[in-house]
Design a protein around this ligand. Sequence first.
Ligand SMILES: NC(=O)c1ccc[n+]([C@@H]2O[C@H](COP(=O)([O-])OP(=O)(O)OC[C@H]3O[C@@H](n4cnc5c(N)ncnc54)[C@H](OP(=O)(O)O)[C@@H]3O)[C@@H](O)[C@H]2O)c1
Length: 298
Amino acid sequence: MTTSPTPPGGTWALGDTAVTRFGYGAMQLAGPGVMGPPADHDGALAVLRAAIEAGITHVDTSDAYGPGVTNDLIREALHPYGPDLLVATKVGAHRDAAGGWPTARRPEDLRRQVEANLERLGVDALGLVNLRMGDAAGPRDETLAEPFEALVGLQREGLVRHLGVSNVTSAQVDEARRIAPIVCVQNLYNLAHRHDDALVDALARDGIAYVPFFPLGGFSPLQSATLTRVAARLGRTPMAVALAWLLQRSPNVLLIPGTSSVAHLQENLAGASVPLAPADLAELDGIGAAATPPAPSA
Ligand SMILES: NC(=O)c1ccc[n+]([C@@H]2O[C@H](COP(=O)([O-])OP(=O)(O)OC[C@H]3O[C@@H](n4cnc5c(N)ncnc54)[C@H](OP(=O)(O)O)[C@@H]3O)[C@@H](O)[C@H]2O)c1
């Protein structure tokens, strides 16, 4: 019997479920604009299987990706799921024919989305569901009480094990926590987007995970002369160093980098273990200081 390798960063407990801090985000496996099937179906399955073979136990998805495409791929590649795998999904939007992401957060919308995830993933209960708020422009100053209470109801029915929130302000995190426990917050954050620095630290103090989406910059991967220089000095790729920085940012940071390439997945896994010295960290921190515009006013 072979034992799984441990990806860099070790593990973190999402509620009662230990996951590897280095996870995988499946969104990039759908077609262009996160619509339709991938150009390389077998290649997409190979990426998912390579992630599991590398020891990753946290895969992030949504039924809105494709729609239905990444969930179908996850089921085809990985079902029946190993006992250690946590597939995290999110609800709060659906897709229109033009590829838009209209919000869908009425209780009946959320039930439909949870049921669609259950069916496509082929499970009786979802390990983790994030309520996605706001829109593509970011979080909005709005209450999440009604949709979050609806999800808590689905959790009480046994359809969902753990809850999280996504694309939210600190005030919305507090509002959700007054309603029910959450195990994570999934927000936009990376070397160049550091609006959530204080939130990362506050959640760490309370044992709640912070899961950055777009950890590599998303649809416009990070480009920075400083990052390239530090990576060259360390003999790693810029993307791997961006992930190493996140792993070293705080122990509650969990990675869900996306890739449609087995080679990039392996390169990221291999490189993200690089230790960053104080001088490296100081240089890399300068990227955020230079790039992060003032937070939008509510
Ligand atoms: N909650 C939310 O609202 C929300 C929003 C967006 C995303 N998400 C989640 O966050 C996850 C991560 O976001 P993301 O995938 O959009 O962005 P990302 O992880 O920041 O970046 C992915 C991009 O980086 C490229 N890349 C990865 N490794 C690379 C390497 N070694 N060298 C060069 N390029 C590399 C990928 O291209 P290749 O395919 O060529 O490797 C892809 O274009 C998603 O999968 C999704 O699960 C959540």
